[in-house]
Design a protein around this ligand. Sequence first.
Ligand SMILES: [Zn+2]
Length: 281
Amino acid sequence: MMHNRLHTPLSVLSLLLCVAVAFMFTRSQRSHDRLGFFIGQGGYTMHSQQGKLVLTGPPAGASAAPEAEKLVAQMTNDDLRWMEILEVRNGTASFVDVKALPVEGSVASTISKLPEGPDALKRPLLRALDDPGKFVAAHVLLTHYVQRRWRAPADKKQECVRVAFNGLDVELRPEGAQRDYRGLENNSHWMCFEHQVAGSWWADPAQRKRIRDQWHDRLDVRLVSIPYWLVLAVCLFPPFRWCYIGWRRVQRKKRGLCSECGYDLRATRDRCPECGSLSST
Ligand SMILES: [Zn+2]
């Protein structure tokens, strides 16, 4: 029968799906997997964690703001400058502070002055995290708008300064850095180096996924949550039905009934008068 011929591959597919779901369920107990995708202008993420599938979407209040969208589209990582501020005592740097700021006159500095407010920026900035050429600037601006922070304490190791800026590791290099200001206070003095030109600072692009996840986890809204057991139940339904139909057919044959519709065939052995199916099948 056409119906049954379709049914078998469907059941096999469902069984394979069940195995995959069972694997993902086990995996979700110890790790958090994410799959990001876009629908229109919004970035969505499917999470697999703690025995559940969770769909999250753009943050509440992050409505479309054409001006913010346009500015973020023009923004690049080069719109940033990093200020290295050192307190030097007896010839050694005893305290290092790093400040990330938009370059004056850049798109990023214009974004800082947008009257639309931080909520309008969340959606375009979240999307900019997917672009390797924008993600550092997007991370710095989000850090400013969400955590109200431009600064982070840093380590000075020989010539390079390493800073973990809200989870993003950035290396400030001496090449191309400009000494900006030097002040004197008693025995110690402050020095400031500005890293703006290409090559004077570096953030590993491999960190982009982690930074993207950090912000989506923090700002996205939970839309749907489905436990894996429910997915498994849905996937198990076709194979169960298939087994039941097979079992019922055997039972009907044994009792001299049509295997398809259950009509009594004791009088008409060759063909079922009710549904027309041949009794040999
Ligand atoms: Zn029949």
